[in-house]
Design a binder for this molecule. Sequence first.
Ligand code: FAD
Length: 278
Amino acid sequence: MSTQPPLGFSFEFFPPNTDAGREKLGGVRDALAARKPRFFSVTYGAGGSTQARTFDTVKTVRRSGVATAPHLSCVGSDKSSLRDLLHTYREDGVDSLVALRGDLPSGMGGAGELRYANELVEFIRDETGDHFEIAVAAYPEAHPQAASFERDLENFARKAKAGADLAITQYFFTADAYFHFVDRVRAMGVETPIIPGIMPITNYTKLARFSDTCGADIPRWIRKQLEAYGDDSDSIQAFGTEVISKLCRRLLEGGAPGLHFYTLNQSAPVLKVLDNLS
Ligand code: FAD
């Protein structure tokens, strides 16, 4: 059993859209629930595209007894539908949320009534007071659309001051980026706990494509080593487990209050890392 940091471990899932995906997620949930996480979370398609599936998945995964937070994004949505969803969640016993702006796929409608995540956090607090524990996103390597690193820090501080209880970072592979971000945020007087988001390395092509979009830097030495393995997925996974285990250990030793794993609905890569941390 791993030594738990103060805010423990948490695991993120996406809502599956096939029967096979739903069945697989049941096994993944049980394997990860056995590690006694603080919470599970379930992603949400911007503009509400996965609203029903997100809610169904929340109901399925929390049957394990683990508190489960739906993600909620405001882009492309109006206040009235967000209000309805918040009240539905509250009545159903949901008591934590991950509040985001989200990204609308190009060509899919207008921005919506709330432009940024800080406005969504304010809206949730206005509508539901302190009912929900609210997590927001943080970007140790800066959000790709941010005007500058400084502006992104100011944005993060605005979200925290709007009433966020904790933050989860975009994934990164350089521990110093996280420590620097936390130091800068603390220097601004913001004490919100910031939990590193951890992406296991299992498939280089997908990781490289996704990292380009979300602005996560894959250091050259990791990139080069993964490229050298080509199609040898066993070697990629063994190397990925080693790199991510060392990153997690460094983060915990440096005071990270918890770890949030982007599971991509797979348990094995996360379990290997947790075993290495014990
Ligand atoms: P914001 O905090 O609103 O920031 C967005 C951009 O606007 C930043 O560049 C910021 O610097 C800038 N900005 C903020 N306020 C202002 C202002 N007042 N004036 C000018 N610029 C400003 N996406 C999904 O679609 N579904 C999910 O379930 C999902 N889950 C996620 C979970 C985590 C932990 C993380 C880190 C990301 C997740 N995302 C998800 C991705 C996220 O939606 C995108 O990164 C999105 O582009 C930004 O969302 P945000 O909440 O960080 O936005």
